[in-house]
Design a protein around this ligand. Structure first.
Ligand code: FAD
Ligand code: UDP
Length: 370
């Protein structure tokens, strides 16, 4: 009899498996319907020997010392700060929009102070910022919004930014200085030997058993356990009784080229031209030295693996119903990007699972399992 059955071997499930086994001394079975651990962060060496991320580029960044130190137990780090360019008006300019972006795009030589004025003159202020359009138009005006955000968001979500929650485009700020790093978090690094190796170490414990190629639906009611942790889509657990929660998916198209370097930064965004949203060249992220290089093109789509919960009020309402239903089931926990229908980065998922671990351990009934 397992103390915990954990569905999903991504960060959400694996962090809990590790904590429960190591600190909680619980017996854990973690399953995944895929043929590998590491969830959407899974990486592997392709046939040319280049380390690639199967489900799109994953860059680790966090402001949480706790999260950074926790993950650091399972990997050495390679310092890495991600830089992104956008193809706009026939030029490649830095994103997030900053002093360098504006000066290059418009052939200007504005100082930091003048940048404040530049944005102020263009910004269209509204009282309440509700949508992803409001966020950008309020900060920098409609022209930059249309050049950098409208087309990209349309492609990525098949929605106009005015139909999406403000939190989506708020992920990409606008700056008055020359900082053209994509993220400004205190800790920015990549696992030196990749995510899959990190997960292998995280799950290497005699109290953890792993079962791959196994869908929860195939073993529900067959394998006995005391508590369940579910990190798959919450609506699937409940057989979609309140309707399907929508997700965006992506087609990842990989291309290996017989050249050492293809593009001038880790990622190039294509807000307006091209059917894909961005091209990422893995060697920037991994630091690998190799005579060839592999790229991934991202083509957003509606059907397929559920990658992105869609932040819209009507979806949040449906999720709330599932959350309420979930709270009525004893010894069953939902966590992770799919389990809580939240557009979370890796570090947020890790923090969420570390918090849930503490909650579980403080609950009397589980402590009685000892
Ligand atoms: P997942 O990694 O999705 O794991 C859930 C697992 O559950 C999956 O392996 C799935 O197969 C399994 N599962 C689901 N249902 C079942 C079932 N019924 N039975 C058995 N198994 C099941 N975050 C960052 O911090 N930085 C980035 O640069 C970044 N880039 C991203 C790029 C893309 C294209 C995407 C889609 C996401 C990106 N993220 C990034 C977010 C990151 O992927 C997530 O925050 C994190 O991987 C979520 O972990 P999770 O365990 O909640 O979910
Ligand atoms: N976005 C955009 N233009 C860009 C970059 C981002 O319009 O050049 C918007 C788009 O809606 C995107 C969101 O901001 O989905 C969040 O971008 P991020 O790079 O954080 O997306 P992720 O890496 O999670 O796919």
């Amino acid at each position: 009899m397992f103390d915990f059955l954990i569905i999903g071997a991504g960060f959400a499930g694996s962090v809990l498996a590790e904590r429960l086994a190591t600190v909680g001394k619980k017996k854990v079975l973690i399953i995944d319907k895929r043929n590998h651990i590491a969830g959407n962060t899974f990486d592997y060496y392709n046939t040319d020997g280049i380390l690639v991320h199967k489900y799109g580029p994953h860059i680790f960044h966090t402001n949480s010392r706790d999260v950074y130190d926790y993950v650091g137990q399972f990997t050495k780090w390679r310092p890495y700060e991600h830089h992104v360019l956008a193809s706009v008006d026939g030029q490649l300019v830095p994103v997030p929009i900053n002093q360098n972006t504006i000066n290059k795009l418009y052939g200007l030589n504005l100082t930091g102070e003048q940048m404040v004025d530049f944005y102020k003159k263009r910004a269209e202020k509204t009282d309440v910022i509700k949508t992803s359009e409001d966020v950008v138009v309020n900060a920098v005006g409609r022209e930059l919004y249309e050049k950098f955000f409208k087309g990209y968001t349309n492609k990525q979500w098949d929605l106009d930014p005015s139909e999406l929650d403000a939190s989506v485009t708020a992920r990409v700020p606008t700056r008055t200085n020359k900082d053209d790093r994509y993220f400004t978090d205190t800790y920015q690094a990549m696992p030196l030997h990749g995510y899959t190796q990190l997960f292998t170490r995280m799950l290497e414990h005699p109290n953890i058993k792993i079962m791959l190629n196994t869908d929860y639906a195939d073993i529900a009611g067959v394998i006995p356990y005391k508590s369940l942790i579910y990190t798959g889509p919450i609506d699937s657990y409940f057989d979609y009784c309140y309707g399907k929660l929508p997700y965006r998916s992506i087609d990842f198209k990989f291309e290996t080229i017989d050249t050492e370097k293809f593009q001038s930064s880790g990622t190039i965004n294509y807000p307006n031209s091209q059917p894909y949203t961005r091209i990422t060249e893995f060697k920037y992220l991994t630091g690998q030295i190799h005579p060839k290089t592999t790229l991934v093109y991202e083509y957003p789509k509606a059907e397929g693996d559920p990658y992105y919960p869609i932040p819209q009020p009507e979806n949040a309402d449906v999720y709330k119903k599932y959350k309420l239903l979930a709270s009525t089931i004893p010894n069953t926990y939902f966590t992770g990007r799919l389990g809580t229908y939240k557009y979370y980065n890796m570090d947020q998922v890790i923090a969420q699972s570390l918090t849930l671990f503490k909650k579980i351990m403080s609950e009397k009934n589980v402590n009685h399992l000892n």
